[in-house]
Design a protein around this ligand. Structure first.
Ligand SMILES: [Zn+2]
Length: 351
């Protein structure tokens, strides 16, 4: 090959390479840097993985990864564009099949704020209420506001503690926490809440080879639009925050109806629950424990409201310690956001 032509070719390849790298990098959101893997993938069944954060990146909730015959479905996509981007990157260690579908179990920031990183061709499926909430003002919601507004203080506190810490190992740990929080904050600044582009109101079923994937709405509960994802053959249900391994937050919930909607969950045929927070479990008695808690928290908070107690005071007073054998409860009191929500519902409000 004459040298002129060869130089031209080398040059063209070089330009293409630079363009390629630039394009890939421009897609990478802020705040993705982390040390070691950000997720561990617990294999629950063949092609079914529960992705749980390791702590090296802020991800908050769990996602589930379904590796099908020719594609991948992700259930819930974490707290930020950065977290979702890293999830996709690490899913490549499981499979090189393309992610074609995302399912949002509900609209909360720790389950749906990764939506924006997916290509427009990817189907993002959620309840029509989830779409409405993500199209509305999700970043103005109290739960998210509390989360975001706490970050600058957390960052300052961590910096002070790092400066004062004498022990090298403890200092390193704090530095990791600082990096995790700063990265999360940087990613939140790039947040563009993105709603599902496919919605359902009661049920939708996807078929992938031999796998049937049922997306079911079981009534109002954790929010007015939570869905669960049922794999009938594997007898697995992914529950988001409708049922977790502990206490789900109640900021947008309908506690009384939630207890009733959980009866519908009990009727589904499954052995394993992959929750939105905590490890997968098989103990179905947990459903009943949580129902009993919801009914009690509703009754107790209602009673205090009738007595003229303020929501803030009720949050300190409501005593659920009789449930501590079955649920992670240490002392009397419920989160103020839960008391506020119940008061709002009792006053006829609610979204
Ligand atoms: Zn939630």
């Amino acid at each position: 090959m004459p040298s002129m032509k060869r130089r031209a070719l080398v040059c063209a390849v070089g330009v293409l390479f630079v363009i390629g790298v630039a394009a890939a990098q421009s897609q990478r959101p802020a705040g993705t840097s982390h040390t070691g893997n950000a997720f561990k993938f617990n294999k629950v069944a063949e092609g079914v993985y529960h992705a749980i954060g390791t702590g090296s990146l802020a991800v908050v909730g769990n996602s589930s990864v379904l590796v099908n015959d020719s594609d991948v479905i992700i259930v819930d996509d974490h707290v930020s564009p950065a977290a979702a981007w890293v999830l996709l990157d690490e899913v490549k260690s499981l499979t090189n099949k393309p992610v074609t579908t995302v399912i949002n179990t509900h609209f909360h920031f720790d389950h749906a704020h990764g939506n924006q990183i997916f290509e427009p061709g990817v189907q993002i499926i959620g309840h029509e209420f989830t779409r409405r909430m993500l199209l509305g003002n999700p970043t103005g919601m109290p739960l998210y506001q509390g989360y975001l507004n706490g970050m600058p203080t957390q960052i300052d506190t961590l910096k002070k503690r790092i400066a004062e810490e004498k022990d090298a190992a403890a200092k390193t740990k704090l530095q990791t926490q600082l990096q995790v929080t700063e990265n999360n904050y940087a990613s939140q600044k790039e947040l563009k809440p993105t709603p599902p582009n496919v919605t359902l109101s009661t049920q939708m079923t996807l078929f992938r080879g031999n796998r049937e994937i049922q997306i079911r709405y079981l009534g109002r509960g954790h929010t007015a639009g939570d869905v669960v994802v049922l794999l009938p053959k594997d007898r697995i249900v992914m529950t988001g925050d409708f049922l977790t391994s502990g206490l789900s937050n109640m900021s947008d919930s309908y506690p009384e109806e939630w207890a009733a909607s959980l009866d519908a969950l009990k009727k589904l045929e499954f052995d394993t629950v992959m929750p939105g927070h905590g490890e997968a479990f098989t103990d179905k008695a947990k459903i009943g424990y949580f129902q009993a808690y919801l009914r009690d928290v509703w009754a107790e908070t209602s009673r205090l409201k009738k007595q003229g107690v303020s929501a803030a005071e009720a949050a300190k007073t409501v005593d659920m310690t009789k449930h501590k054998g079955n649920l992670p409860i240490q002392a009397p009191g419920i989160p103020p956001i839960a008391a506020t929500r119940i008061y709002e519902l009792l006053d006829g409000g609610g979204r």
